[in-house]
Design a protein around this ligand. Structure first.
Ligand code: SF4
Length: 170
């Protein structure tokens, strides 16, 4: 897997201050995509042990609320196993004290069986649709068809994601 960026102080993608990983590669090619340079699976840098340690170290900061996985598409078959392993390590190290959010262009109903979802608190799903583009800044999705789905509603740690607004989502 390659990645196009890591942000260790991201306040734009999910609640609170987050560590965000923008992976490379997306086959959906939504018209008007905000990040078309990330479509290429070879874009950016190789995701190696050093990159992973940087993420895990950044998550130690007490002001960091969690990890955000974006793209590209984290659920492309080249990316999902690598990110699943990262999520497993985050859970081993931090338990549920750090929330994990994932953005995908797929609809959740079509990908819900992927094993990475055992680690995910919240998924923002669906393709970007240009005519439904959200103009208001500060939203966590780009077009109004996209949904913020809290996967932990019935789990013991339901509502544990700091600042989570997903309870009102479908
Ligand atoms: S799924 Fe995301 S990264 Fe892929 S084309 Fe659509 S908006 Fe761009």
């Amino acid at each position: 897997m390659n990645y196009v960026g890591i942000s260790t102080f991201d306040t734009a993608n999910g609640p609170g201050v987050r560590v965000s990983l923008f992976c490379s590669g997306c086959r959906l090619h939504c018209r008007g995509c905000f990040n078309p340079e990330s479509w290429d699976f070879d874009a950016g840098l190789v995701y190696d042990a050093q990159a992973e340690e940087r993420i895990l170290k950044a998550l130690e900061e007490p002001f960091v609320e969690g990890l955000s996985l974006l793209g590209g598409d984290p659920l492309e078959p080249e990316n999902e196993p690598v990110l699943r392993s990262l999520c497993r390590r985050v859970r081993e190290k931090f338990g549920s004290s750090r929330s994990i959010w994932l953005w995908t262009g797929r609809k959740y109903e079509h990908v819900r069986d992927l094993p990475i979802f055992q680690y995910i608190d919240t998924v923002v799903d669906g393709p970007f649709i240009e005519r439904l583009k959200v103009e208001k800044p500060g939203q966590w999705f780009g077009s109004t068809n996209q949904r913020i789905i809290c996967l932990q509603k019935s789990a013991p740690n339901a509502g544990a994601c700091p600042g989570c607004t997903a309870k009102s989502a479908p």
